[in-house]
Design a protein around this ligand. Structure first.
Ligand code: SAM
Length: 286
């Protein structure tokens, strides 16, 4: 997909305020609480040489603080009206050091189709942030995991339940595919919770800030990640079943026992390295 660049000197006067009716289908819950905004910016801790990518800048609540503090800021916004509004209101807040071309860009389009590799080829250089649209937060994280090698870290506002799934450990109620695949690539930190009163309109769910830091040295490596994904997906499709039943289309009970696993356990009792050993075992020998 081709992404439209909204130009910095678009229509409208600098600093002009535009009435915007929040669009539910775009997951628009705007941050208005300045204390919460400052805590998020402090958690991101932008630095002068950072290349930051903000997903869903909306009306610029975070953007305005990030821009003067970093070296380059790319934003990705689906809503054409908000992208245009941002293009005309942000430049007035830009310090002169950020005026050169490329230091600030608005990519109008869908983050799920956005090619993050078009921004850089430098390993672990992108800092991805955003108060994500909750309706697509899980697909956004899976999409970004494809670019883990280019990402330094990610700080996201998410639905609390999704943060709990990301951070879940063996045996936790919310342990599953999202947490396992994210932890395969990243260290996960649940930073703090945010009350729904911090947003306009208020979301119906609780929110939390999470930090994901791609591993420089992965704690465990699968021979084939798509095979690992398939094993995890298959196991958790029937999470109440015992291992020998839920994985029987992929691996025999005998083979599971040979790997030292208790076949009567349920998917939530296996660690990431257990899943990696199953995945490696079902591949043809090297
Ligand atoms: N950053 C702003 C704030 O904190 O006030 C807005 C956050 S709001 C929760 C989510 C933003 O993501 C909205 O601006 C929305 O239009 C945008 N958005 C929704 N779906 C998107 C998509 N698929 N790709 C890019 N942006 C999207």
């Amino acid at each position: 997909m081709k992404h439209r660049h909204a130009h910095r000197n678009g229509n409208g006067k600098h600093g002009e305020s535009f009435p915007h009716r929040p669009r539910k289908r775009f997951g628009q819950n705007f941050l208005h609480d300045q204390n919460v905004i400052e805590r998020i910016i402090a958690a991101i801790n932008p630095q002068a040489d950072d290349h930051i990518v903000e997903i869903g800048p909306g009306q610029g609540a975070l953007t305005r603080h990030l821009l003067p503090a970093c070296g380059r800021l790319d934003t990705i916004e689906l809503d054409r009206d908000l992208a245009a509004q941002l293009a005309s209101s942000i430049p007035s807040t830009m310090p002169s050091s950020l005026q050169p071309a490329n230091a600030f860009s608005i990519h109008q389009g869908d983050v799920l189709k956005f090619d993050f590799a078009s921004l850089t080829d430098k390993p672990h250089s992108l800092r991805v942030v955003g108060n994500l649209p909750y309706n697509i937060s899980t697909p956004v994280i899976f999409h970004l995991l494809n670019y883990h090698h280019l990402v330094k870290d990610m700080v996201f506002m998410l639905q609390l339940e999704v943060v709990q799934r990301l951070a879940a450990g063996v045996g936790d109620k919310s342990y599953g595919r999202l947490g396992l695949m994210t932890q395969y690539y990243c260290r996960v930190e649940h930073l703090f919770n945010v009350p729904s009163a911090a947003f306009t309109p208020r979301p119906k769910v609780n929110s939390a800030l999470v930090k994901l830091t791609p591993h420089l040295v992965p704690p465990v490596t699968a021979r084939d990640v798509s095979c690992l994904q398939n094993v995890i997906r298959t196991a958790f499709t029937q999470r109440r079943k015992t291992l020998k039943n839920s994985l029987k289309t992929l691996i025999t009970e005998t083979r599971l026992r040979e790997l030292g696993l208790d076949v009567l356990q349920r998917p939530e009792n296996l660690s990431l390295s257990d899943y990696v050993s199953i995945s490696d075992a079902i591949l043809p020998p090297l």
